[in-house]
Design a protein around this ligand. Structure first.
Ligand SMILES: C[S@@+](CC[C@H](N)C(=O)[O-])C[C@H]1O[C@@H](n2cnc3c(N)ncnc32)[C@H](O)[C@@H]1O
Ligand code: SF4
Length: 361
């Protein structure tokens, strides 16, 4: 069984921090893009059962109803598991009630909403084109339609942001009883407006305090911290993202998408002209067993539960301890072995990169 990621690289507005694969929405280009996407999927998909679909962006909700209808018709190509998790990313400024209704009619059962913050001043700084009020309205409208599996993206470590302001965002999340939260500390990416404007990062210690506060408050309110940056109510973990962290197969369709099928990691072109001409692929690499095992650890240790020891043996015919020299990591408590799983202890998650680097040559 595989997962499917579909990239919709169009936005009606460009945020001041964003370095993702995206461009301004243009009706004709979107129409051509959907034609190309359908061809790409038909040429690559091998008819496996699909357990999760994630339509991400960019801003999928920037498409018109007609274009969304076309997109959902394309997804009918896939053979779906009965228990499919079907997510679409949507932004508050353009997710109308009609679109929510259409999502429901087409089997969407999870929304990932780009909230970022509930503070209107920071929303302006981030050049988001929505307000806190629109964000709250979208969440409430979705719930009215019984779409309760809602995830939001929350950014922290914003320029001049205080710990109290993060506490306010968390309070808003708790009031709205959101099922899933993905957190992101601001990265000042080159070529973005914030970078060009020479905006400075906040202090590292303050950012760490914000991370700790988010964990503490969410855990105190029955959220499960299940991945370094992800939290959910019980049963609302993202099946799609867990598939990545479990190092399982997934297709990546659309501009700039990444996929991993039959031990081949591939990356699509970021050139819209090439993509529309049917030159989808940018590069691909057949992974060795060693690289696959390294990925199993690097991705799996992002989960709070870590890597299951028996599952590793089932996949690679050898125990983790034989595949990697982890004795020092264990004796210094950078990794914990609870006899079922090997995992990074919670107090070291923030510096997990220093630990994960040990699994790279
Ligand atoms: C690829 S974006 C797409 C989501 C959607 N288009 C939106 O803007 O809400 C996924 C998430 O990554 C996060 N993100 C993007 N750029 C970032 C940056 N430079 N630093 C931190 N988080 C970032 C944001 O929280 C964003 O919602
Ligand atoms: S953060 Fe989302 S909406 Fe903003 S430019 Fe990036 S992809 Fe588009």
């Amino acid at each position: 069984m595989s997962s499917v990621y579909i990239h919709i690289p169009f936005c009606t507005n460009i945020c001041s921090y964003c370095d993702f694969c995206k461009m301004y929405y243009n009706e004709e280009i979107v129409d051509s893009y959907l034609e190309a996407l359908e061809k790409e999927i038909k040429s690559c998909y091998k008819n496996e059962l699909i357990k999760t679909i994630y339509i991400g962006g960019g801003t999928p909700s920037s498409l018109t109803i007609k274009q969304l209808n076309k997109l959902f018709n394309i997804t009918k190509i896939f053979k779906l598991d009965n228990d499919i998790e079907f997510t679409i990313e949507c932004n508050p400024e353009n997710t109308t009630d009609d679109k929510l209704q259409l999502f429901k009619e087409n089997g969407i059962n999870r929304l990932s909403i780009g909230i970022q913050t509930f503070n209107n001043n920071y929303l302006k700084l981030l050049n988001r084109s929505h307000t806190k009020e629109q964000a709250v309205e979208l969440i409430n409208n979705a719930k009215k339609l019984n779409i309760n599996n809602i995830s939001i993206d929350l950014m922290y470590g914003l320029p001049n942001q205080t710990i109290e302001e993060i506490a306010d965002d968390i309070n808003e999340i708790l009031k709205l009883n959101i099922a899933h939260i993905s957190t992101y500390s601001l990265i000042l990416e080159e070529h973005t407006k914030l970078y060009i404007d020479n905006i400075k990062n906040i202090d590292d210690d303050l950012e760490y305090d914000m991370y700790k506060l988010i964990i503490k408050e969410l855990q105190a309110n029955n959220y499960i911290h299940y991945e370094i940056s992800n939290f959910s109510k019980a049963g609302y973990e993202s099946k799609h993202n867990l598939n990545y962290w479990n190092n399982n197969n997934y297709y990546g369709f659309g501009l700039g998408s990444h996929g991993y099928i039959d031990n081949i990691r591939y990356e699509n072109t970021r050139s819209i002209n090439k993509y529309l001409n049917g030159e989808y692929l940018y590069q691909k690499e057949q992974l060795s067993i060693k690289t696959t095992m390294q990925n199993e650890m690097i991705l799996g240790l992002r989960k709070i539960s870590g890597v299951n020891k028996q599952a590793f043996i089932n996949k690679y015919n050898k125990p983790i301890e034989e595949a990697f020299a982890i004795n020092t990591l264990l004796s210094t408590n950078q990794l914990i072995d609870n006899s079922n799983n090997i995992y990074i202890p919670e107090d070291k998650l923030y510096v997990s990169n220093d630990i994960l680097i040990n699994f790279i040559d």
